[in-house]
Design a protein around this ligand. Structure first.
Ligand code: SF4
Length: 133
């Protein structure tokens, strides 16, 4: 994200790079400086880019990908990820919590590793199977 200019009409222009496909369109969002409401989006070549720019500006989401400790597994760490993208501002806290989690092998690919009770919809699953030692 880059803030490029501030208009006299209390709009701010913010730049984003669309990650929807390899074309990598450079997006510009004009937003109200007070409410942060999106007024206009430019630079997209398809609807996905426009939707991405609005989402990224108002409520950015990220997939969490990290590892957790494994007991009795073939390897010491199990790759995990969030089943769906989570709010960007929650990623740090989720990763911090996952550092305290230990699972015991064997673990099936896609097995639920952790569900956040405080944040409905945040579910961490195994990215791969982990056989026992
Ligand atoms: S706006 Fe559409 S064409 Fe451009 S990078 Fe995003 S997904 Fe690809």
């Amino acid at each position: 994200m880059s803030v490029e200019e501030k208009h006299a009409t209390d709009l701010i222009t913010v730049g984003y790079l669309c990650i929807g496909c390899p074309l990598g369109c450079r997006l510009e969002v004009d937003a109200d400086t007070i409410t942060n409401a999106v007024v206009e989006v430019r630079g997209y070549s398809c609807r996905r880019g426009k939707d991405y720019a609005i989402q990224e500006h108002t409520a950015p989401m990220r997939l969490v990908t990290t590892t957790v400790a494994v007991d009795a597994g073939l390897w010491a760490r199990l790759p995990v990820r969030s089943r769906t993208p989570v709010p960007k501002d929650k990623v740090k806290a989720i990763c911090k919590h996952l550092r305290s989690i230990r699972v015991t092998a064997p673990v099936a690919s896609g097995a639920i590793i952790w569900v956040d009770d405080r944040e409905p919809g945040i579910e961490i699953v195994a990215s791969r199977a982990m056989p026992a030692r």
